[in-house]
Design a protein around this ligand. Structure first.
Ligand SMILES: C[S@@+](CC[C@H](N)C(=O)[O-])C[C@H]1O[C@@H](n2cnc3c(N)ncnc32)[C@H](O)[C@@H]1O
Length: 279
C-alpha cells in the first residue's frame, strides 16, 4: 500500500505540510486538499511561487551533478521532501551507479513515498528525522549502514532551513552536521532570504502566517550574512552564495529568472570542507 492509498475520501482531514505543499507547487500527486489550498493561497500571493519551487529543484539537480563530478559518491539529503522528477539518487546513480543516498525528512508521508520508490535500490533509503536533532540522524542505523562518513560525502540542506526558527538553533545544528563530514566533504544549501522582501513586509507576514496556521510550521527567511554563516569553516565554490538561477546555470537551458535572478528570493551555494572543523 502506498501512502496515497491512505487518502480515503471522508477520512480524517490532514493538515498541510511543507513537503506536500511543495509537491503541489511542483505539480506532484502526493498532496491532499489542505496542501492544495495552502499552495493556491501562496500562488495568489505571488505568481512566481511555482517557478521558485521549480528553480529550486533545478538548483538541486545541478548541485548533485557538480558533486558527482567532484567525486562525491555519498549523499545525506536532509529535508529531502517527496520524491519527484530529478531525485538525488537518480541523478547521482546515473553518473556513478555505486552512489549511496540517504534521504531524511520530518514528514512521514515523504519518507513512506521515498521508501516506495526506493524499493529494490540497495544503495538508497529514506528515514524519518529532524534536522534540529543531528545526533539522531547521524546515529541512525540506516545512515551508519549506508554511509561511511570517513569518505567524501555531501550534505544537502536544500530549501529546509528556512523552516527552522532561530529558537531551534539551526546554525548549531548545521555546524554539528558539518563537523561529522570528512575533509573533502561538501555542503549544498538553499535558503529563502530577506534581501528582496523584508521580514515585516506584507507578503512575508502573510506567508509566515499561512505556514503557521495551515501547516503548524515556522518560516524564517534570513539575511544574506545569516545564510552565509551556515557555511562557517567551509570554502564556497564558485560562484559563491548566489540567487538560485545564478548557480552554475546550464548555458543550453538557463531556465526561468535567468535575467531577473533575484525573483527567486532564494540564495544557494555549495561549499567544500578543506580542513577539519572545530567540533
Ligand atoms: C521545500 S521542501 C524541499 C525539498 C527538497 N530538499 C528540494 O529542495 O527539492 C522542504 C522539506 O523540508 C522538510 N522539513 C521541514 N522541517 C524539517 C525538519 N525540521 N527536519 C527535516 N526535514 C524538514 C519538509 O518536510 C519538506 O519536505
Amino acid at each position: 500500500m502506498t501512502t496515497m492509498d491512505m487518502a480515503v475520501p471522508g477520512g480524517k482531514a490532514r493538515p498541510a505540510t511543507p513537503a506536500r505543499i511543495y509537491d503541489y507547487l511542483l505539480g506532484g500527486i502526493h498532496n491532499f486538499p489542505a496542501d492544495q489550498e495552502a499552495g493556491r493561497r501562496l500562488i495568489e500571493l505571488s505568481a512566481d511561487t511555482r517557478t521558485i519551487a521549480q528553480v529550486n529543484r533545478a538548483f538541486l539537480g545541478r548541485a548533485v551533478r557538480y558533486l558527482a563530478g567532484a567525486g562525491i559518491r555519498q549523499f545525506l539529503d536532509i529535508g529531502s521532501g517527496i520524491p519527484t522528477q530529478g531525485n538525488v539518487h537518480e541523478i547521482a546513480q546515473r553518473l556513478a551507479p555505486d552512489s549511496r543516498v540517504v534521504y531524511v525528512d520530518i514528514d512521514p508521508v515523504a519518507v513512506a513515498e521515498s521508501l516506495d520508490i526506493l524499493a529494490g535500490n540497495p544503495n538508497a533509503t529514506a528515514i524519518l528525522g529532524d534536522v534540529r536533532n543531528p545526533g539522531q540522524i547521524l546515529g541512525h542505523a540506516s545512515v551508519r549502514r549506508l554511509l561511511d562518513l570517513t569518505q567524501p560525502t555531501a550534505l544537502l540542506l536544500v530549501a529546509v532551513l528556512h523552516f527552522i526558527s532561530d529558537d531551534d538553533r539551526p546554525h548549531a545544528a548545521v555546524a554539528e552536521l558539518v563537523d561529522a563530514l570528512p575533509v573533502g566533504g561538501y555542503l549544498a544549501l538553499s535558503h529563502g532570504t530577506t534581501e528582496v522582501h523584508a521580514p515585516e513586509s506584507n507578503g512575508n507576514l502573510v506567508t509566515t502566517d499561512l505556514y503557521k496556521r495551515q501547516a503548524a510550521t515556522a518560516v524564517q527567511t534570513r539575511t544574506r550574512p545569516e545564510v552565509e554563516r551556515f557555511f562557517t569553516g567551509l570554502d564556497l565554490v564558485e560562484p559563491g552564495l548566489v540567487w538560485l538561477s545564478e548557480w552554475r546555470p546550464d548555458p543550453e537551458a538557463p531556465g526561468p529568472f535567468a535575467a531577473t535572478p533575484e525573483r527567486s528570493l532564494v540564495r544557494a551555494g555549495v561549499a567544500v570542507k578543506r580542513t577539519r572543523t572545530a567540533g
